[in-house]
Design a protein around this ligand. Structure first.
Ligand code: ASP
Length: 588
């Protein structure tokens, strides 16, 4: 072996031992009489020491020829360090080097390989293998690895089988666009990469594998954001002979297991909240419960007083921001600008300061007496010193806008501590949502989700009102995962496809295999998929998933390191029957 120890391993107990370490040159300090080198590998950093007076000239020459990121192997004796470094675990010792091999030189890296690097995003992506040498990324990938192991441990204890499902499948509509792969052997035909293994895991239930999971790559051709990648990883699970409560219990168990074993934190019970309640109280189906500021509906105290903006509004809704009555004009203007941003789109913001002396000052004093405003404060449970922020308009829109403002206030007031975890199940989602563009209902979760028994009769008369046996796991305002109890009855599945606007032929062509399977004894079943990248990022205390994936794509869906996607040769195109003959093209 080219090493006896790693660069993170040696301690005072090893003093006087002869060792060999290999790694990358992180830093060189040449003070003439003494030269120090920080040697780095995946495990840490160890300091190498060369004393000019007792180092052979050839060795000194070799040391002085080194540069950053050279790969070297050093032999020497572990000695106690004179000035110790309490910041690293190996900081009490150093290696007095007697032999050195240069295993490979390195070009000067395009950015510093330090915790805080000078490299910009694009450059770091292009040289991802160098970026991955940095400790923050290494820590992230280690966290990911540990979490994957703990997921497997827990699910194995719970009798789940890890079963792989194919990547080359047939398009299954789950709301996003498919990535497709042309088939060489089947001219003019395409595979699709799975958006999720949804139908396969359901078929595994029909096959009797009553607890399945897979840590699996999924592919969705969507526009990208900080928390989205065209390929991402899910902890995908399915269970047979279960109710919704069983699924929630099992995955509450998984989440608790991860919090305990990875973060060493005990998480309280996971509350359940209906979709309707979440929308009413927080204007969002993924509320951040690390702080309060629940919505207060003010229609009956704020309407009918001559302020037409409120009088004509479907909803007058506000939040009570604790302790912010002293906000300056400037701070309030900034909040008004915030809600007026085009992405949020409110027309204006009404505030009421509940002054410490018991009086009120508002932006609508012209229309409301002190008594009126006192009524608002009472309704909102506001105390002296608090600030009420109020929006109005169409109910759905105002709620969404206020949700943004609530999050903004939570962040501003430092209430979003990344070391605090507040999980929540959002349940009873609507089964369907109306899509203006296609002028038909789409499945809110996916077409295999079962309607609630008590709402079944509405499926024909008022589909928009039907609730689903569907649930999301939300932690700190992040949708960590979602799932549902499935339809396992052929007739109901047929009816569902009809509601979604499929003709019988279309349903058969796309999902015949599933409907056929349902004729051979499908057990009741349900499941969930958790976004693994997001979960790891959340545990790592970050919003963006990118630095928790070894080789992610950029915002344009490109891998700038390998330069993909890229054109393919005419020959490949021909072989795949994708080549457009120039002459034919002209005729077209
Ligand atoms: N397949 C679903 C998804 O990817 C999850 C599930 O219903 O189990 O969102």
């Amino acid at each position: 072996m080219l090493r006896t120890h790693t660069c993170g391993e040696l301690r005072p107990e090893n003093i006087n031992e002869e060792v060999r370490l290999s790694g990358w040159v992180q830093k060189i300090r040449d003070k003439g009489a003494l030269i120090w080198i920080d040697l780095r590998d995946r495990y840490g950093i160890t300091q190498l020491l060369f004393k000019e007076e007792d180092t052979k000239p050839e060795l000194l020459n070799k040391v002085r020829s080194l540069g950053r990121e050279y790969v070297i192997s050093a032999t020497g004796t572990v000695i106690e360090r004179e000035s110790k470094n309490p910041n690293i675990p190996t900081g009490d010792i150093e290696i007095k080097v007697t032999g050195l091999d240069i295993l490979n030189p390195s070009k000067v890296p395009p950015f510093t390989i330090e915790d805080n690097t000078d490299g910009g995003e694009e450059l770091r992506m292009k040289f991802r293998y160098l970026d991955l040498r940095r400790k923050p990324l290494r820590t992230n990938l280690e966290l990911r690895h540990r979490m994957a192991i703990e997921v497997r441990n827990y699910l194995d204890q719970q009798q789940f089988f890890e079963i792989e499902t194919p990547y080359l499948i047939k398009s299954t509509p789950e709301g996003a666009r498919d990535f497709v792969v042309p088939s060489r052997m089947n001219e003019g035909e395409f595979y699709a990469l799975p958006q999720s293994p949804q139908t396969f895991k359901q078929l595994l239930m029909v096959a009797g594998y009553d607890r399945y999971y897979q840590i699996v790559r999924c592919f969705r051709d969507e526009d990208l954001r900080a928390d989205r990648q065209p390929e991402f990883t899910q902890i995908d699970c399915e269970m047979a002979f279960v109710t919704q409560e069983d699924v929630l219990k099992t995955f509450e168990g998984l989440t608790t297991h991860l919090f305990k074993n990875i973060k060493g934190v005990k998480v309280d019970v996971f509350p359940q909240m209906s979709f309707d309640e979440a929308m009413k109280k927080y204007g969002s189906d993924k509320p951040d419960l690390r702080f309060g500021m629940e919505f207060v509906e003010l229609n009956n105290v704020a309407q009918g007083k001559g302020f037409n903006v409120f009088n004509s509004a479907e909803l007058v809704v506000g939040i009570c921001v604790p302790g912010c009555a002293e906000y300056s004009r400037k701070q309030l203007d900034a909040l008004t600008d915030f809600v007026r941003k085009p992405q949020i789109g409110a027309k204006g913001l009404v505030y009421v300061k509940c002054n410490p002396d018991g009086t009120f000052k508002s932006s609508v004093d012209k229309f409301y007496s002190q008594d009126d405003l006192n009524g608002w404060a009472e309704k909102a449970g506001a105390n002296a010193g608090d600030l009420l922020l109020v929006l109005s308009g169409d109910a759905n829109t105002s709620r969404k806008q206020l949700a943004e403002l609530r999050l903004e206030m939570g962040n501003t007031l430092g209430l979003c501590d990344s070391n605090v975890f507040k999980p929540l199940w959002v349940v009873d989602f609507p089964l369907l949502e109306w899509n203006e563009e296609s002028a038909r209902f789409h499945a809110m979760h996916h077409p295999f989700t079962s309607p609630k028994k008590e709402d079944m009769s509405l499926l024909k008369s008022d589909p928009a009102k039907v609730r689903a046996n569907a649930y999301d796991l939300v932690i700190n305002g992040v949708e960590v995962g979602g799932g549902s109890i499935r339809i396992h009855n052929k007739e109901l599945q047929k009816q569902m496809f009809k509601v979604l606007g499929f003709t019988d032929e279309e349903a058969r062509a796309q999902f015949g295999f599933l409907m056929n399977a349902f004729e051979y004894g499908a057990p009741p079943h349900g499941g969930i998929a958790l976004g693994f990248d997001r979960l790891v990022a959340l545990f790592g205390g970050h919003d963006s998933i990118r630095d928790f994936i070894a080789f992610p794509k950029n915002n344009a869906g490109r891998d700038v390191m390998i330069d993909s996607p890229s054109p393919i040769s005419e020959e490949q195109l021909k072989e795949l029957n994708l080549s457009v003959d120039i002459e034919d093209a002209k005729e077209l």
